[in-house]
Design a protein around this ligand. Structure first.
Ligand SMILES: [Zn+2]
Length: 214
């Protein structure tokens, strides 16, 4: 076994911790990771990169979150307004004034299903209470960095790219900072992808929160 970095869980050669500039949270980010995605060999694991970069972000692995004690506490917190970062009918662009109206002065709780498209949809099927939340979608996302992955549709993004774009778009309602920290997130993904490409890529079948309005 190659020694792994205790903080980012990557091999020492692929450790990106030196690039991390902590992103001070605007929204409270919670990653809901499909169990299969979490154990996939060679996966980029960009959900874990998000947790490493965004202060206070939490990551739960599972399928059925109805009885999840910590998530239940967060969902019943009256100071938090839950949103789902996943495209769907009526999903709102992060800059839509309607987002500010729903927040009503509360802090956003941004729930991010992570896994392949299929796995993310499966998480939502198991959790209709989460599927029914107001949704954030991303309009015309920039092309993803994770180009060597098999993309289910154009405009799909890795979980880290989707969260990064959402945080940028939400600056008016719940600013995250500093700007260089948000910058660093993309630099980290580039670093890890370059390393992975150098090693011959991986078998990831697609992004989880690959958010697109289409
Ligand atoms: Zn590290």
């Amino acid at each position: 076994m190659r020694p792994l970095c205790p903080d980012c869980h990557k091999a020492r050669s692929r450790c990106y911790c030196h690039l991390v500039v902590p992103v001070l949270p605007g929204p409270k980010v919670v990653l809901l990771v499909h169990p299969r995605e979490d154990h996939k060999r060679g996966a980029l694991n960009t959900a874990r990169m998000v947790r490493r970069c965004v202060q206070g972000a939490e990551l739960f692995v599972g399928l059925d979150f109805h009885a999840h004690p910590r998530l239940s506490v967060l969902l019943s917190d009256s100071g938090l307004a839950p949103f789902l970062l996943h495209p769907g009918p009526g999903s709102l662009n992060p800059q839509d004034p309607e987002v500010g109206r729903i927040l009503g002065g509360r802090r956003m709780l941004m729930l991010v299903p992570d896994g392949t498209w299929r796995q993310a949809r499966q998480i939502l099927r198991f959790n209709p209470h989460l599927a029914a939340l107001p949704r954030l979608g991303l309009d015309g996302p920039e092309p993803g960095l994770v180009t060597y992955r098999r993309q289910p549709a154009e405009g799909c993004l890795s979980t880290l790219e989707a969260v990064h774009q959402a945080l940028l778009g939400l600056q008016a309602f719940c600013p995250s900072g500093p700007p260089r920290a948000l910058h660093a997130m993309k630099a980290i993904l580039r670093h890890v992808v370059d390393e992975q490409v150098a090693l011959g890529g991986c078998n990831d079948s697609g992004p989880g929160a690959g958010v697109s309005n289409r």
